[in-house]
Design a protein around this ligand. Structure first.
Ligand SMILES: Cc1cc2nc3c(=O)[nH]c(=O)nc-3n(C[C@H](O)[C@H](O)[C@H](O)COP(=O)(O)OP(=O)(O)OC[C@H]3O[C@@H](n4cnc5c(N)ncnc54)[C@H](O)[C@@H]3O)c2cc1C
Length: 291
């Protein structure tokens, strides 16, 4: 399998990269190449120019602020969450999700920005950003703008990043002291894309009851979805009964489709079980095991 011929440029600044995109309609950005290169090799895309982002230092910069907020440059590799204890401690839900992404070789090269922009419906990062209420910074010729994760994923492999724009960073708000998390997914083999997965962040009040919950389900629709009714039903509650009811509510509201990987019925069952399991971890009513 060989890609169609293309030109290649590796700019040193964000401004140069934006100028290349403006001058070459149809150009594609290259980050870690872990999704784009297979697409090129299969000739599902044949861009005339690849603009490699790897030599732009500001896209690889990460900042942990004093208040605990974490801003990751779009070119941050998945693997940072396995290598950097400070980053892991700052965002425990992301730390729980990253080991489920592919294999070490892919996590070494693949980037968080690439994953968010590729927007595979079964990918872990989009769901994590939704559950954590993260915000994406997008640069274009007219300047930069910020888009909440809830508005970023607009459809199947579709995002709010427009033609000629570059995702530069993702910002995770500080992790509150009373936030708990759960992560669960089912894949055919470890490292495969999930059939269905759930990333949950649950804020407890001073009595240990749920004050606020964000439950992101992925692999069950064209883009990750927040199970809002299920999250609302948790407020003021605790314990296994609350997790069970949330699982049932999420299942009732999300209608997966069948494909060659799994039937709609099976995915529906997984939504209920995995919401219950992830919330069980967050609420401390189940062992913290991933499927
Ligand atoms: C065998 C295999 C298994 C995998 N399993 C999983 C898995 O289980 N879970 C999972 O989540 N992922 C999985 N992946 C994908 C992997 O996580 C990729 O790293 C990720 O999807 C894309 O990141 P990348 O940096 O390689 O982006 P690239 O492949 O370089 O780019 C992907 C797309 O995003 C665009 N893009 C990249 N960066 C930017 C930017 N800053 N601004 C705008 N557009 C941009 C590119 O133009 C391209 O269209 C797997 C990949 C392989 C090969």
């Amino acid at each position: 399998m060989r890609p169609a011929a293309f030109d290649y440029r590796a700019p040193a600044t964000l401004g140069e990269a934006l100028a290349l995109l403006a001058a070459h309609p149809g150009a594609k950005l290259l980050a870690g190449g872990q999704s784009l290169v297979p697409v090129l090799n299969l000739r599902l895309a044949a861009p005339p120019l690849l603009v490699d982002l790897r030599r732009i230092p500001e896209l690889a910069r990460s900042v942990l602020e004093h208040d605990g907020a974490l801003t990751l440059g779009a070119m941050t590799r998945h693997r940072v969450f396995e290598r950097d204890a400070r980053v892991r401690a700052a965002q425990p839900l992301a730390a729980a999700a990253v080991p489920h992404i592919a294999h070490v070789a892919i996590r070494n090269r693949g980037t968080i920005g690439g994953s968010l922009c590729h927007a595979d419906p079964a990918a872990e990062w989009p769901a994590v950003t939704l559950a954590c209420d993260a915000a994406m910074t997008i640069a274009g010729s007219a300047g930069t703008r910020t888009v909440d994760a809830a508005d970023f994923f607009t459809g199947l492999f579709e995002t709010a990043v427009g033609t000629g724009e570059i995702l530069t960073a993702v910002r995770f708000p500080a992790w509150p002291a009373r936030r708990r998390h759960g992560f669960a997914e089912v894949a055919r083999r470890h490292g495969d894309f999930a059939l269905v997965g759930v990333a949950a962040a649950v804020d407890l009040d001073e009595r240990g009851a749920v004050a606020l919950a964000r439950i992101a389900v992925f692999g069950a629709a064209d883009a990750p979805v927040l199970a809002q009714e299920a999250a609302q039903a948790l407020v003021g509650r605790r314990g296994e009964g609350a997790a069970r009811e949330a699982g049932r509510l999420a299942r009732a509201r999300i209608a997966p489709r069948s494909d060659h990987h799994a039937s709609a019925e099976y995915r529906s069952e997984l939504v209920e079980v995995l919401v219950r399991r992830a919330l069980g971890q967050a609420l401390g009513v189940a062992p913290a095991k991933a499927a």
